[in-house]
Design a protein around this ligand. Structure first.
Ligand code: SF4
Length: 190
């Protein structure tokens, strides 16, 4: 079994969510939690539009599209992996969404996951990632990716495997507000 960025996002939302979803195997109702979503239309249009500006705006010298990467623990499909002038690499992800002055934590976590996958597969350092918001005129947003961000994702992946392999009932989230909308609130003993 390998995890996806969605597993990591769910775990960071609440470790106990991971327990209900994958140990007890009670499926969540679709759409109740932030999921890594992908607009289908993006796929059709993105190929045409992004050739020129990437080089100009980001300084990419090479681009690898639709990369399915795994490292034995995690797997993910990255819209684009860019090689930058300074010999680092970056994930670039298209969002079929408008930019509203806030980068969702879920989007950042997804980029951190991709950074881990890229570093292990391409053997290049990843220090930043990029988001393109297609509903805001392809607005390009840069996201810093620190070592601590990648470590957090790795730690989460290991914790998830521990919960699943040991039927371990983890601590609840510290953020009690999250329980209000949680699909498991009726069966979760906080
Ligand atoms: S009800 Fe709260 S503690 Fe329980 S799984 Fe949901 S978010 Fe976590």
């Amino acid at each position: 079994m390998t995890l996806t960025p969605s597993h990591i996002i769910e775990y960071l939302y609440c470790p106990r969510f991971t327990y209900f979803e994958y140990v007890i195997a009670i499926p969540q109702y679709e759409g109740r939690l932030h999921k890594v979503q992908k607009g289908r239309q993006i796929h059709d249009t993105k190929l045409e539009r992004n050739k020129m500006y990437l080089r100009k705006k980001i300084g990419a010298v090479e681009k690898y599209t639709d990369q399915y990467l795994t490292n034995g623990l995690l797997r993910g499909k990255i819209d684009e992996v860019l090689l930058l002038k300074n010999n680092t690499m970056s994930p670039l992800d298209y969002k079929f969404a408008a930019y509203n002055d806030k980068i969702y934590d879920t989007y950042k976590t997804q980029l951190f996951c991709y950074a881990w996958l890229i570093e292990e597969n391409f053997k290049k350092k990843v220090e930043r990632g990029f988001l393109i918001y297609t509903r805001s005129n392809d607005k390009l947003i840069e996201v810093e990716i620190r070592d601590i961000d990648k470590e957090k994702v790795k730690h989460s992946a290991n914790e998830i495997f521990y919960i699943i392999s040991n039927n371990f009932y983890p601590k609840s989230t510290k953020f009690k507000k999250r329980c209000l909308n949680c699909t498991y609130k009726n069966i979760c003993i906080s």
